[in-house]
Design a binder for this molecule. Structure first.
Ligand code: TA6
Length: 301
């Protein structure tokens, strides 16, 4: 099915193995978004490469998240049991072994598509589904807005509490980014931030200098600054966020790489995750009818 835009741009549905995706091509860019999870797996400005890392071993199977791009962790991040009671209370017992929530394996719908002279904007919504209610009984509904141009990618996860009571979730835009060499990759903007080290008994530490990678890294930075810079051997990227009180930095390194699905043993050398989030004590609390937006904006220098 083709969704016509102007003569210079088009948007159509394609199949990738078991999954359906929206493929957009514009004079300034191209992109691919899986309907499962509203997962952006490719954003390629004109004459450039994909800004996002996508596993060469990616599998497009129903009910399983594809490794790469920007998976949406919602309405909880990480292991359910690691979440505060106000988040855990809405997760049904049969869902408590599911990592990173249910949104990334549910079928979203393309609900809005708009072309601008400088790019494209798409909105995806997660229709209320029986399956969802068997796994989670919260009252917050999400929408995902993706805005793209020749030198920017903006992703906004918009949460609205439809209920008559306060509601809580944890969430992350789990962004996979490429690098030519993880050992020559640095993240600036987290200096002196406090972080929880998921690999060291979830104890709290203070970041000294830029973030570099010499071992498995799985850290949740608290009250992170809204602007970070990623430096890799081939490109530098500004990472700006609003509505985010947590930043997760992850690289699986050698041993975990051997246990990960859809991941070659040496892939850790060529990727990292910088995740725009609200997790642990900084999870999202919404009053009745309140709306909150978690927004990530990537631009290259
Ligand atoms: O965001 C970091 C993390 O929670 C890691 O602990 C690791 O589990 C990663 O997410 C990937 O999770 P996934 O379920 O996509 O394999």
């Amino acid at each position: 099915m083709s969704l016509s835009l102007t003569h210079s741009a088009f948007c159509r549905y394609i199949h990738l193995d078991e999954l359906e995706a929206v493929r957009v091509k514009h004079p300034l860019l191209s992109a691919t978004i899986l309907l499962q999870g509203a997962q952006l797996i490719e954003f390629t400005p004109q004459n450039q490469e994909n800004w996002l890392w996508l596993s060469a071993q990616a599998e497009y199977k129903k009910g399983a998240s594809v490794r790469g791009g920007i998976p949406i962790c919602w309405p909880w991040f990480g292991a359910a049991k690691r979440n505060p009671p106000s988040v855990l209370n809405d997760i049904k017992p049969q869902a408590q072994d599911i990592a990173h929530g249910i949104a990334r394996t549910q079928l979203w719908q393309l609900s809005h598509l708009q072309e601008h002279v400088n790019g494209l904007e798409l909105t995806f919504s997660l229709p209320p589904k029986d399956k969802q209610h068997t796994l989670w009984c919260g009252t917050i509904t999400p929408k995902l807005n993706i805005s793209m141009g020749k030198n920017h990618l903006q992703v906004a996860l918009i949460n609205h509490n439809t209920g008559e009571q306060d509601a809580s979730i944890s969430q992350a835009l789990h962004t996979y980014l490429p690098t030519q060499d993880i050992r020559q990759t640095q993240i600036y903007g987290l200096e002196n931030s406090l972080y929880v080290d998921a690999l060291n008994h979830w104890l709290c530490f203070k970041q000294q200098g830029a973030v570099t990678f010499r071992a498995e890294t799985d850290r949740i930075y608290r009250n992170a600054l809204p602007h970070m810079r990623l430096h890799t051997p081939k490109y530098a990227m500004h990472i700006q966020s609003t509505g985010s009180n947590s930043t997760v930095i992850w690289n699986p390194w050698v041993k975990k790489s051997q246990r990960l699905s859809q991941f070659a043993h040496t892939d850790y050398q060529k990727m990292l995750c910088i995740e725009t989030a609200n997790v642990l004590d900084d999870h999202l609390k919404l009053a009745p009818k309140q709306t909150h937006t978690l927004m990530l904006r990537l631009t290259q220098q």
